[in-house]
Write a protein that binds this ligand. Structure first.
Ligand code: AMP
Length: 212
């Protein structure tokens, strides 16, 4: 199964992507995580990305397209993959088509803007990619990652002002992808629920035809 996860920032793409990855045994490629690792390492890519990420804007298409090309060419993706956070613009989707990558399903997780702003204030993340919410999806020990034991932190771009900018970027540049993929007949949608496991049930139901 080659899957794209769509959704506003904070809709739960990363959380659901981890559940799908475990169930279907396919890797998840999260461009946001890759860019944050590059920022942490202080590489040229990281320095370039930081200016855009801090502003709630998209990193230039050519940069992320280059990253995705490299990942999709790896053996790990041969049996399927999840794209979490890519494509985020029509030119990125067109680039994927031009690469000859066949996408089976595009799953959009729908959450209204009002709920996103509230959710983001409770989000805590780990550098391993895990994501939590202080109320809706708390770690077993406060501020400690269940997966790797590292300290959790608040993403700088989860500050309310930046979240608002990210939401308007989403509506302007990413949301048109829903129509792009609906026209291809591969768009599925689920309503993001308050509880993670309720959203996961809907997600698994939407993907049930891909189960072995
Ligand atoms: P995320 O972790 O998916 O919320 O991504 C965090 C930030 O990384 C976004 O707000 C963008 O600035 C940048 N980013 C992630 N994926 C992409 C992409 N496909 N295209 C452009 N920018 C991206």
């Amino acid at each position: 199964m080659n899957l794209i996860l769509l959704g506003a920032p904070g809709a739960g793409k990363g959380t659901q992507s981890a559940k799908i990855s475990e169930k279907f045994q396919i890797p998840a490629i999260a461009t946001g995580d890759i860019l944050r690792s590059a920022m942490k390492a202080g590489t040229t890519l990281g320095l370039e990305a930081k200016a855009y990420i801090d502003e709630g804007k998209l990193v230039p298409d050519a940069v992320v397209i280059g990253i995705i090309k490299e990942y999709l060419a790896s053996d790990a993706c041969k049996k399927g993959f999840i794209l979490d956070g890519f494509p985020r613009s029509i030119p990125q989707a067109e680039a994927l088509d031009e690469m000859g990558v066949k996408i089976d399903v595009v799953l959009s997780i729908e959450v209204p803007d009002e709920k996103i702003v509230a959710r983001m204030s409770g989000r805590r993340v780990c550098s391993c990619g895990a994501s939590y919410h202080v109320e809706h999806n708390p770690p077993k020990v406060a501020d400690v990652c269940d997966n790797c034991g590292s300290a959790l932190y608040v993403r700088a771009d989860d500050a309310p002002e930046t979240v608002k900018k990210r939401l308007s970027t989403f509506h302007a540049q990413t949301e048109p992808l829903k129509e792009y993929y609906a026209k291809k007949g591969i768009l599925a949608t689920v309503e993001g629920q308050e509880k993670v496991e309720d959203t996961t049930s809907l997600v698994f139901r939407a993907l049930s035809r891909f189960e072995a």
